[in-house]
Ligand binder design. Structure first.
Ligand code: HEC
Length: 185
């Protein structure tokens, strides 16, 4: 890839024009532009073909835990424990909770902003644990798609074990509270 891609000025210009027009500001009429130029601008605005790095996580792993993983995991274990056939809404909720954990597992493999997060990421056991959690949540989704309560219970147990296994190694003594993320600074 070119180390110095050309500056993406056109989209910014286009945004500025849209923004000003949206504020209802009276501007001098723009000089007429040929149609062909405008369509070129539209294309560069939605150009996703240039490979770019993933966005940074901008959150600590603790935030991913209490903001995404924990509520999704409790939904899964609560529903998996129900001793009756599940409703469609419950299957859907379980599937969506599974998607949360599948995706959050990937977030745990990106650099994060917590004070101890770089050390965690550098330890190969961290990634292994995140991968095990992701695999368990894929099994949750497979059970949901098969509408199989027995498999759902097994997958939910497995998922819980993956939380505990990682916590045993990496969460010594820490106590994160969801309210930490809403405190006034
Ligand atoms: C890859 C490792 C890893 C996995 C897998 C993992 N956790 Fe965590 N979790 C941590 C670490 C480390 C912390 C402490 C974060 C901190 O203090 O910076 C934490 C903190 C938490 C917290 C905050 C409360 C506390 O005791 O600190 C909750 C809730 C939590 N995890 C739930 C879960 C659940 C539920 C799962 C499984 C579905 C899970 N975690 C899977 C590493 C993991």
């Amino acid at each position: 890839m070119d180390a110095h891609p050309p500056p993406r000025l056109f989209p910014v210009t286009l945004l500025a024009v849209i923004g000003l027009a949206g504020c209802g500001l009276e501007l001098a009429p723009a000089p007429p532009r040929p149609e062909a130029d405008l369509s070129a601008l539209a294309v560069s605005f939605i150009d996703n073909t240039v490979p770019r790095d993933p966005l940074p996580l901008l959150a600590p792993y603790a935030g991913v835990m209490v903001g995404i993983i924990d509520s999704a995991a409790s939904a899964i274990s609560t529903i998996a424990r129900l001793d009756r056939p599940l409703t469609d809404t419950e299957w859907t909720g379980t599937g969506l909770a599974g998607v949360n954990i599948i995706s959050a597992s990937t977030l745990l493999t990106l650099p994060a902003s917590g004070p101890d997060d770089a050390r965690r990421l550098a330890d190969p056991r961290w990634r292994d644990s995140a991968e095990e959690m992701q695999s368990a949540s894929v099994l949750v989704l497979a059970a949901v798609q098969a509408r199989d309560t027995q498999r759902l219970r097994l997958a939910a147990d497995l998922l819980k074990n993956t939380c505990q296994a990682c916590h045993r190694v990496f969460k010594q003594g820490s106590r994160v509270d969801g309210r930490d993320f809403a405190s006034r600074s």
